[in-house]
Design a protein around this ligand. Structure first.
Ligand SMILES: Cc1cc2nc3c(=O)[nH]c(=O)nc-3n(C[C@H](O)[C@H](O)[C@H](O)COP(=O)(O)OP(=O)(O)OC[C@H]3O[C@@H](n4cnc5c(N)ncnc54)[C@H](O)[C@@H]3O)c2cc1C
Length: 376
């Protein structure tokens, strides 16, 4: 008999796993989402590096509307005054059909929902209670419906509610004293940047990343500012911290802005229950400074799919060992980038810029720092 799988959460991680299970046809599965619909209105961009494009290609990512994605061929790195420091070639990580890609999150969700939307997603479902019944897990939802399943996959994001039902050890996400500001720009807003590349500008306690996410070259702007407190009513003082360093940025910040406090999970913990797994941000929430959150969501979903499909050995411990190894690599680099992108002292900035210029041209360094992530 086919094993039954409940996927909790319809973000990038949950939908990726659902697509692989759908294609494979060897399991009964359902995605349970707490909201009443998919969040398709979040217009912000994401970068999806080659490690995850390789996986998405297995579920026909190549059929995605080409107008809605972009392949930036490099990263230009600037100081906050828009003076160029160095650049990184991204093409070195690409191959014929596996290319570093940028797109809107909603475009990726639209693609992932296509095959499974009508039969395999249930909305308005939030777990109320769980129990074990004859080797299976009985989930009761708060709309008084039930599901009796062999596996539960927590794909419900960094504040995973699934964890609270199955895990004794807490791994509460920590506010990283930083705020993310996002906007969509129609033009470069007077900045001297290349609209076909990813542009990174590093300032005192802040950095900005601006990149095209479709063939129209609409630009996604994300600015991360170190700030001890998230107060949505006092966003102006956060913006002022950035604009004071380069008044030319004021124009970019005139667009419709969205704000997020940044959280990360402090530990990487295994599941207590051999039938319960976590993927995506529910497994580990990273800082966004290596642009790998979505990528790791896709990777973790694919790893787990293969283990469930092959049913070889202790799936739980193999999954945790492999996933945590990978998550630690990404976490170290995300944390390191977060640290060096935000130096406040001019002296430290000069030293950083010198080393960046030097190291970015060293193939061996780039291969070990980024290649190990992008070429998985
Ligand atoms: C500023 C910023 C920039 C980023 N930029 C990038 C980037 O360029 N590239 C990149 O790869 N990543 C990026 N990321 C990270 C990326 O967006 C996330 O890591 C990724 O979306 C996580 O996907 P997920 O499916 O694990 O979780 P989520 O996207 O959080 O999805 C979780 C889903 O579960 C649902 N849910 C929550 N609770 C419940 C519940 N109790 N019951 C049922 N359903 C529930 C939610 O409604 C949601 O649909 C960025 C993140 C930030 C904050």
């Amino acid at each position: 008999m086919k094993k039954k799988i409940a996927i909790i959460g319809s973000g990038i991680a949950g939908l990726t796993l659902a697509n692989f299970l759908y294609k494979d046809k060897n399991h009964d599965f359902m995605v349970y989402e707490k909201n009443d619909s998919l969040s398709l209105d979040e217009g912000y961009g994401i970068q999806v590096s080659t490690n995850s494009i390789k996986i998405l290609n297995k579920i026909n990512f190549s059929k995605i509307d080409n107008e809605k994605i972009y392949h930036p061929n490099g990263i230009d790195i600037y100081n906050i005054l828009n003076k160029k420091i160095c650049d990184l070639d991204l093409i070195q990580f690409n191959s014929n059909d596996i290319k570093y890609t940028t797109l809107q999150r909603s475009t990726l969700i639209e693609f992932l929902k296509d095959d499974i939307y009508t039969q395999h997603i249930r909305f308005g479902k939030r777990i109320k209670e769980v129990s074990e019944l004859k080797g299976k897990i009985l989930i009761k939802f708060d709309d008084n419906t039930n599901a009796l399943v062999d596996y539960v996959i927590g794909a419900d994001g960094i504040f995973s509610n699934t964890r609270t039902f199955f895990e004794k050890k807490k791994n509460k996400p920590v506010f990283k004293n930083a705020i993310a500001i996002r906007a969509i720009l129609k033009t470069t807003s007077g900045l001297d940047i290349d609209q076909s590349k990813i542009n990174l500008m590093m300032g005192k306690n802040c950095h900005l990343v601006i990149y095209p996410f479709n063939k129209n070259k609409d630009l996604n702007l994300v600015c991360i500012v170190r700030h001890r407190k998230y107060d949505p009513d006092n966003i102006k003082s956060i913006l002022d911290k950035v604009v004071k360093q380069n008044p030319n940025l004021a124009k970019a910040f005139k667009e419709d802005l969205k704000f997020w406090p940044l959280y990360a999970t402090p530990k990487i913990l295994p599941s207590n229950n051999s039938q319960v797994f976590y993927i995506g941000d529910a497994f580990n929430g990273f800082l966004p400074t290596l642009a790998q959150g979505a990528g790791q969501s896709i990777e973790s979903a694919y790893e787990l799919f293969n283990l469930i499909k092959e049913k070889n050995g202790d799936i739980q411990s193999i999954y945790f060992q492999e996933r945590s190894k990978r998550a630690k690599i990404v976490r170290r680099r995300s944390n390191f980038n977060f640290f060096v992108f935000h130096f406040s002292s001019k002296f430290m900035q000069t030293i950083r810029n010198f080393f960046m210029k030097f190291l970015i041209k060293r193939k061996s360094f780039i291969n070990s720092y980024l290649g190990s992530v992008y070429k998985n």
